[in-house]
Design a protein around this ligand. Structure first.
Ligand code: GCB
Length: 647
């Protein structure tokens, strides 16, 4: 039987996944910034767009839509970038589309970039979901598997060989998920002709958020000199008042380049410097990076300037400069505590989604800043990037505001035993490599989460998580590793390998709906069982209840704001006991309401937010606000401006 278009798309996806697994990550993925030697040109904005609605979804490739302007291939529409495409039009077919969509934009590249052969021109996509192929002036320049992470290509050669400084960028993106993608999914063909037309298929997934697709983060052109800083890795520690920053710089494009590193304080004073691509900087009277509400001067960032020099006939010239913010801090875990800078840290925070009206998962500065303002307003000191890596700009905000992050990879919905095979594992390991490569230098990131609620009771899960956790540790030994479990403590096969136990539970919601009086007993049992078995600190990584804003009842009933509040209060009573012992954090599910696929258990999305999708507070937000500030006042060192007035 010949395979259909969607099956072929899935196969193509799989092949690409395998191919990316074979390539070890060789290059760095520094966030593009401007410097005396680098320029950045944002080419986001309005692109044109065409979904390949052919039954096989393969017409674009057959007719080579990348070879000529997209508008010449058929009807195109306007599409903003960054944004998910799903909610932009009035067309349900576009909203629910599965398969290839095509984006295109004509941009001008500054002539001097092209003329100066010592300039590298790089095209970078912040993220596109899920599988992408990129062409410049009709020439394929790269492809990438996986949403939520950046990818880029050096396009200098193509630009210099093709039509000069006019540049047509074409990006094809396919959101098909397979058993080996992260998250996994399956395409199901409906063969009952009395109910479905020929060729009808659906995408099945096991995760609870809408599979938004498209170009989700900015598209940039940037330059570096040929001899350029490719990657920088910093690790920090301190002893008494001396901070230590070990660095490792990789330079590409020159074997003779010399590296210089200078660390400056916030007032511009140089506090340490060194020559060479590896070394350790010593900072006396160090200002440590502290989380928000843990110190009166949180989120202190030094600025590390890395420069590359070349000496030619006794003349030394600087060829490349890159500046990296550096926070000096340590993270450690004991059997009962999470220590930041050797002091106990209690996570009082939120789980989030990249999700909003209209733009879906598209990056949006107003939304990012609003969310940080809301988190700080409610006294949250942390969030988990459920269930995938968030935009780098969000991590930079967290570095600058002292908000602590559990950084999660999109290993969500791994429920099918076939997703525990070698191909899946290899892709998962590669994903962790890409994630650590991107996020390793952020002081806000204090722990890696390799998955959410996998079927960790299935026999292959033991081997799978042993490999995954130990590989992640080998990539970064300075941070603990976890995955988020909803399995029973007695049957979870991955828990022996993690550093912190993260447990999700929904007592009185999915279990014993309506019976909030059972929460105390069940939650105590949950904590005692997990701690009894593993003697590792525990985070309640999800808990909550849906509340439709404006629905009220007393006594509380499910879906009302009062019920959500009552659930939270009952959980809090137990947290307050257990945080004296081994519970090191509580993360509400969820910060805001978010879109899901349509189902009989979701009313226009998941309503467990304490804020609506439009970021307006429900009653639960005020409850958490009082609680978080109370905890902060008890445990932190707050500047006077930060004290919650009512406490
Ligand atoms: C969970 C999942 C999360 C869901 C949540 C819910 O356990 O980790 O993705 O959205 O429950 O509301 O059902």
């Amino acid at each position: 039987m010949g395979s259909s278009g969607a099956e072929r798309a899935a196969e193509r996806l799989l092949l690409a996944a395998l191919c990316s697994v074979c390539q070890a990550l060789q290059d760095g993925m520094l966030f593009p910034t401007e410097s005396p030697s680098r320029e950045v040109k944002d080419v986001s904005g309005l692109w044109i767009f065409r979904a390949d609605e052919s039954p096989e979804r393969s017409r674009g490739f057959e007719q080579q839509w990348y070879k000529s302007p997209l508008a010449e291939t058929g009807p195109v529409i306007d599409m903003p970038v960054p944004s998910s495409y799903n909610d932009i039009t009035q067309d349900a077919q576009i909203r629910d589309f599965i398969g290839w969509v095509w984006y295109e934009k004509d941009v001008w590249v500054p002539a001097r970039w092209i003329q100066d052969r010592g300039t590298r021109i790089v095209l970078r996509v912040g993220s596109a979901h899920y599988y992408s192929v990129l062409w410049v002036n009709g020439v394929k320049v790269t492809e990438h598997v996986g949403g939520h992470l950046p990818f880029e290509a050096d396009i200098s050669g193509v630009l210099r060989q093709t039509s000069g400084n006019q540049c047509r960028i074409t990006i094809a993106v396919n959101n098909t998920l397979t058993l080996e993608t992260l998250p996994p999914g399956t395409i199901q063909y409906m063969t009952d002709r009395s109910r479905y037309p020929a060729g009808y298929f659906v995408q099945n997934t096991n995760f609870d958020f809408f599979n938004y697709a498209g170009i989700h983060r900015p598209v940039l052109l940037y330059t570096t000199p040929k001899a350029h800083i490719d990657d920088i890795t910093v690790e920090t520690t301190f002893s008494d008042n001396i901070g230590l920053v070990s660095f490792n710089v990789s330079v590409l494009g020159s074997s003779k380049a010399a590296v210089k590193v200078t660390l400056s304080a916030q007032d511009g004073r140089c506090v340490a410097s060194a020559d060479g691509s590896r070394g350790v900087l010593k900072v006396t009277d160090v200002n440590l990076w502290w989380p928000y509400l843990m110190h009166e001067n949180p989120a202190y960032l030094y600025s590390m300037e890395v420069s590359v020099h070349r000496t030619c006939k006794c003349l030394t010239s600087v060829t490349d400069v890159y500046t990296l913010p550096v926070g000096i801090r340590t993270v450690k875990v004991t059997s009962t505590q999470f220590l930041i800078n050797n002091k106990p840290f209690y996570f009082h925070g939120v789980n989030k989604h990249e999700d909003a009206d209209i733009r879906g998962k598209g990056f949006d500065w107003p939304l990012v800043v609003k969310d940080f303002n809301l988190m700080k307003w409610m006294g949250a000191n942390s969030f988990r990037t459920s269930h995938y890596p968030y935009a780098e700009e969000i991590l930079q905000m967290a570095d600058r505001h002292g908000i602590v992050i559990i950084d999660e990879c999109p290993g969500v919905g791994i429920k099918d035993i076939r997703s525990f095979g070698n191909v899946s594992l290899a892709h998962h390991l590669t994903f962790m490599e890409e994630l650590v490569r991107r996020d390793k230098n952020h002081p806000s990131v204090v722990m890696w989460s390799v998955a959410n609620e996998p079927a960790s009771e299935m026999p292959p899960a033991g081997f799978y998580f042993k490999e995954l956790v130990s590989h992640t540790r080998s990539l970064d030994s300075s941070r603990p590793v976890t995955y988020i479990t909803a399995s029973n403590y007695a049957r979870d096969l991955g828990a022996p390998y993690v550093d912190v136990i993260c447990v999700n539970s929904y007592f009185s919601w999915y279990q014993d709906p309506g019976h909030t009086e059972l929460i105390g007993l069940q939650l105590n049992t949950q904590f005692d069982n997990w701690y009894g078995k593993y003697q590792k600190p525990i985070i309640q990584s999800e808990y909550g209840a849906d509340a439709v804003p404006g629905l009220h009842s007393d006594p509380p009933m499910m879906f009302t704001e009062e019920y959500q509040k009552t659930v939270l209060q009952n959980y809090h009573n137990v947290f307050d006991q257990k945080r004296k012992e081994f519970v090191i954090g509580e993360l509400i599910w969820n910060f805001a309401d978010f879109m899901t696929s349509q189902s009989i258990i979701r009313v226009v999305g998941n309503k467990k937010g304490i804020f609506t999708r439009q970021r307006q507070p429900k009653a639960g937000a005020f409850l958490l606000r009082e609680r978080y500030w109370r905890i902060a006042n008890e445990t932190g060192v707050l500047p006077t401006w930060a004290r919650y007035p009512c406490l």
